[in-house]
Design a protein around this ligand. Structure first.
Ligand code: AHG
Ligand code: MN
Ligand code: MN
Length: 335
């Protein structure tokens, strides 16, 4: 009964209590992010009512149209963390470069770097389909002043926490601070994220694949063969697989985490590194999936071990149930 009232903040604090050198700042930073996401959730739910749907008329650094909600979520997350005093640099999919932050309170060490995709699945906003926010937290390497580019470009293995929020049939937040993956549902009546699952584990093998199959003709041979293989009938290996593709990575990932599945966004002959971004999308979800017993790779190597060269770097992504990702890698490396 009591576990029903385990709030996100209480859970994070308990998580941090087991780390001897913890100062409580990570807990505070995570709750700043959670607070911003609660407000975004409210706005997503009211979106049709307040003329916030649609485009701003501008394009972001990657040449994509910016939706009003993209901008709203980006501004809100930035403000919340700028005021919070725990971050020294913010890196957003919607910003050209990182936003440095100088010390806000002298007694806080503002030691974290936060990467985020403020609104994932933007093309689904106007159609009432689940969208989300993805975030990833690193400790700074530099020792004082605003964060630097070196602080921002750290390997995924250096993440201290990561998570996402899905604004779906309900709003959920899933996070890891390196000790398992925990899920919370927003109870709108009390305005709190309440624990629904602790130490979440992704099934080792699944029966579902998620990919934009419209790109089939552009894929490398190995990827084509793997998808063909998943569609063949073979009861011993549980084939054919079902196909499920929302078009919001965060929603596809969440479903696969709960039920098992493999999500793919391969490279193709137009986009040599695929579409998804290493720092804002692939790394945080890779950290989460590994903590849940799954696997994430670019087809050849572990996502978390890819060297970050630039903030908006893209990477092919194969992520989800371990045995499925291993099978995808085998097909890709054979061809
Ligand atoms: P974003 O809305 O942050 O730009 O991300 C969109 C991404 C991801 O959420 C989704 O899985 C993928 O783009 C869909 O791309 P396609 O339309 O090419 O399938
Ligand atoms: Mn995205
Ligand atoms: Mn986005």
């Amino acid at each position: 009964m009591l576990s029903k009232f385990q709030t996100l903040y209480r859970h994070i604090i308990q998580d941090e209590r087991n780390i001897p050198e913890a100062t409580g700042q990570l807990s505070d930073l995570l709750s700043d992010i959670a607070l911003a996401c609660k407000v975004i959730s409210l706005e997503v739910n009211r979106a049709g009512l307040i003329d916030i749907l649609g485009l701003t008329g501008e394009k972001n650094v990657q040449g994509e149209e910016v939706k009003k909600l993209d901008e709203y979520a980006n501004t809100l997350l930035k403000r919340m963390m700028q005021m919070g005093g725990h971050a020294c640099a913010l890196c957003s999919e919607e910003e050209e470069t990182f936003v440095p932050i100088d010390e806000v309170y002298s007694d806080y060490s503002h030691k974290y770097i936060v990467h985020f995709d403020p609104l994932d699945g933007s093309s689904n906003i106007d159609a009432n389909i689940s969208i989300g926010t993805i975030f990833s937290i690193y400790k700074r390497i530099s020792t004082k002043g605003p964060g630097t580019m070196d602080d921002c470009l750290q390997y995924g293995t250096k993440q201290v926490a990561a998570g996402y929020v899905v604004y779906g049939s309900s709003t959920v937040m899933v996070y890891t601070a390196g000790k398992g993956v925990h899920g919370f549902t927003l109870d709108p009546s009390v305005g709190e994220f309440l624990l629904f699952s602790e130490n979440m584990k992704i099934p080792k093998k699944s029966k579902t694949y998620s990919v934009n199959e419209g790109n089939y003709s552009k894929w490398p041979d190995g990827v084509k063969k793997y998808i063909d293989y998943l569609k063949e009938k073979d009861s011993d290996t549980g084939r054919p697989y079902s196909s499920r593709y929302v078009g919001s990575l965060v929603a596809d990932f969440h479903r696969n985490l709960l039920y098992g599945g493999i999500f793919m966004y391969p490279a193709d002959n137009k986009n040599k590194n695929g579409k998804l971004r290493l720092m804002y999308e692939a790394n945080p979800l890779a950290f989460l999936v590994e903590q849940a017993g799954g696997r994430a790779s670019n087809g050849e190597k572990r996502i978390l071990e890819i060297k970050p060269e630039s903030l908006h770097q893209r990477t092919p992504l194969f992520i989800g149930s371990e045995e499925d990702v291993i099978m995808a890698e085998k097909f890709i490396n054979k061809s």
